[in-house]
Design a protein around this ligand. Structure first.
Ligand code: BTN
Length: 249
């Protein structure tokens, strides 16, 4: 298995997730990649859309068939965030930060979104369509995307998408094969080094608290007002106050 073999490249698709899903159901193997210049119906997390202008983004999906329990799928999100951050660091001189669980930020603005979609049989994972969208060449954003940025804007120069894709696939394959061999510890350490969420007072999915760290399955650990440690497995992090700890990057 090599990530990116085979690789299917399209000018446009509805969503690389759906194209990959169809290929997977027709027998495509682990590591298969679908990449597109444009998505007509790109999908984001939590039912949102992910829009693009043709040729400006890196939009792709990778097929995974991990030996993971369903509850550990969030590990793949954190692993992917680390892999994309490392690839960006190798291809540019910018240093992304990670907002739990897997948004990548530059200067506090989002430029990468990840969408791991698992198909399950009971508690076993049959396959994961790992969707990755990177804002590469956008020079401006519409008002509704005011919190977004792109690599070109932050690096101050055009960024070539092809070597970036190759670097992401290489880092992804590295971490994906490290996970069963060495467990979540090495990913956890690299994720933590870049995490902006930790040490901040946040609200996630109705739970407020101080973000202490992440659990071994990728859940966010908060200390709430009653000083209890609460696990949060999904939701959008909103910051409510100042930072308590030093940033880890
Ligand atoms: C997010 O909301 O942050 C996740 C965005 C994920 C976007 C990528 S682009 C490639 C793949 N195909 C999709 O339709 N979505 C993902």
């Amino acid at each position: 298995m090599t990530f990116g073999v085979p690789l299917y490249a399209f000018d446009e698709v509805d969503s690389t997730q759906e194209t990959l899903r169809a290929l997977a159901r027709a027998g495509a193997g682990e590591g298969t990649v679908v990449v597109a210049e444009h998505q007509r119906r790109g999908r984001g997390r939590r039912g949102r859309s992910w829009t693009d202008r043709p040729g400006e983004s890196l939009l792709f999906s990778v097929l995974l068939t991990p030996s993971l329990a369903a509850r550990d799928v969030p590990q793949l999100s954190l692993l992917t965030a680390v892999a994309v951050a490392e690839a960006v660091e190798r291809q540019t001189d910018v240093r992304p930060a990670i907002k739990w669980p897997n948004d990548l930020l530059l200067g506090g603005r989002k430029f990468v979104g990840l969408l791991p979609e698992a198909e399950l049989e009971g508690t076993a994972v049959v396959r994961v369509m790992l969707g990755i969208g990177v804002n590469v060449d956008q020079r401006e954003f519409p008002p509704e995307l005011a919190g977004a940025t792109s690599l070109a804007l932050e690096a101050g120069r055009p960024i070539d998408r092809r070597p970036l894709l190759a670097a992401v696939l290489e880092r992804l394959e590295h971490w994906y094969t490290t996970l069963p061999a060495q467990g979540f510890g090495p990913v956890h350490r690299e994720w933590r080094r870049r995490a902006v969420t930790l040490g901040r007072h946040v609200v996630v999915g109705g739970t407020a608290g101080l973000a202490l760290g992440i659990d071994t399955d990728g859940a966010l650990l908060l200390r709430d007002a009653a000083q209890r440690v609460v696990r949060v497995t999904a939701g959008e992090v909103q910051e409510v106050g100042g930072m308590v700890d030093a940033p880890r990057h």
